[in-house]
Design a protein around this ligand. Structure first.
Ligand code: ADP
Ligand code: MG
Length: 378
């Protein structure tokens, strides 16, 4: 009897899910079609308004053209969200470590969440790689964090965690806020569905996340109860280890250079890998096994172009402190920090360059170096 009852509930749940998916599919078709045509129109509007604003000499008319330009760009942003929901946003997928975009945005997220809400990162360095558009993924995470914030008007904490699960790389955003009832849960992904007061919510946040995740070959799940909080989980198919370098090396050559790099790393094997990689890219490499040795070499061995340092190292000075010291003594010398796990949360604050998450690939190392060295030149 009990078994029979449960069975019915499960069938009903499945049926409800199927209907929801069908409904979203239909709305997506419609939305995508409209958004697509609007996008074309807006492209023309933006272009012509730009030309007018530049060419018209009467300042009053030029101001009108600028207003026109601004409004059409806002329209285009709205259209992009609709296209994303419909799974028709042009994406630039690339192999990326699922932790990368989260780390890159940590500072931005903390400030978006405000002072009453604490951002908590629990990133598994082994969560894995996936193929997705990094900028869109960042936009999704921002949307989900804003929703979590809105669900906790009296403050609280938002946790972003990553993990490896079966064949997926998973990102979860959770809060202990007001939660959703069944009806809200069922409609949450629909564009323009919002429970927020007029002018507060657009109802496009979750729908764009939904569309993006599906277009990227993944899926999204919401667990939420009124009063208990919400967990939104994004599942992306994980790339096999062999797919990562193959995927990335297919789109061009590695960035090379001939500058002098100081590697600071206590693990001999990692040091050797970094040294070998940088030598093969043409760089001139010096190694140090800890921060004290690094500071000595900076003082005695002439000028360097970049310091690439591990965070967790034995000895009195760790990577954070080393970065601070370098910034003080050699303000123009860029420092890139790298770490596996526990310290990732602090890195963004200490270095103005994007930290490298271990394990990093040859390509990621090469790109990070070039980016940091080139930004110094400007
Ligand atoms: P908006 O935030 O503009 O309302 P979204 O598409 O982002 O639009 O979300 C739709 C609705 O889903 C919200 O209005 C809210 O009712 C519900 N919702 C989304 N995220 C959460 C959350 N973390 N906690 C509680 N409710 C949420
Ligand atoms: Mg929202």
């Amino acid at each position: 009897m009990v078994g029979g009852l449960r069975d019915v509930t499960e069938t009903r749940l499945k049926e409800a899910k199927r209907l929801q998916a069908q409904r979203l599919e239909a709305i997506g078709q419609l939305t995508g079609g409209v958004a697509h045509d609007f996008n074309n129109l807006l492209t023309v509007l933006i272009g012509t308004a730009e030309t007018l604003a530049d060419e018209v000499s009467d300042p009053r008319l030029s101001a009108v053209a600028q207003l026109n330009h601004k409004a059409s760009r806002q329209g285009a942003a709205l259209t992009r969200q609709l296209l994303t929901f419909a799974g028709r946003q042009p994406l630039e997928p690339a192999a990326l470590n699922v932790n990368g975009p989260i780390l890159a945005m940590e500072g931005l997220l903390s400030s978006a969440l405000g002072e009453t809400i604490v951002l908590n990162l629990q990133l598994d360095p082994a969560a894995g790689h996936m193929r997705a558009d990094a900028a869109q993924l960042e936009a999704c995470i921002v949307n989900l964090c804003i929703n979590a914030r809105d669900a906790m008007p009296d403050g609280g904490s938002v946790t972003i965690s990553t993990e490896q699960s079966a064949s997926d790389a998973v990102v979860r955003i959770s809060d202990k806020g007001v939660g959703m009832d069944a009806e809200t849960r069922a409609k949450a992904f629909e564009p323009f569905f919002t429970t927020k007061p007029f002018g507060k919510g657009s109802g496009l946040g979750l729908s764009m996340v939904y569309g993006f995740v599906r277009q990227s070959g993944g899926r999204i799940e919401i667990e939420s109860e009124p009063g208990k909080g919400t967990i939104v989980s994004l599942y992306f198919p994980r790339l096999a280890q062999t797919e990562i370098p193959a995927e990335t090396s297919s789109n061009g050559k590695l960035d090379r250079g001939s500058e002098r790099i100081l590697i600071v790393e206590d693990d001999p094997m990692v040091r050797e890998f970094a040294e070998g990689t940088l030598l093969s890219l043409g760089y001139c490499v010096t190694c140090a096994a800890d921060a004290t040795e690094a500071l000595r070499k900076l003082e005695t061995e002439g000028s360097f172009d970049l310091v690439f340092s591990d965070v967790v190292m034995p000895g009195a000075i760790d990577g954070h402190a080393l970065a601070g010291e370098v910034m003080k003594q050699y303000p123009l010398l860029p420092v890139i920090l790298t770490t596996g796990y526990a310290d990732v949360e602090r890195i963004s604050a200490d270095s103005k360059f994007r930290p490298l998450v271990k394990p990093y690939s040859r390509r990621q190392l090469a790109e990070a170096l070039r980016e940091a060295i080139d930004s110094r030149d400007h």
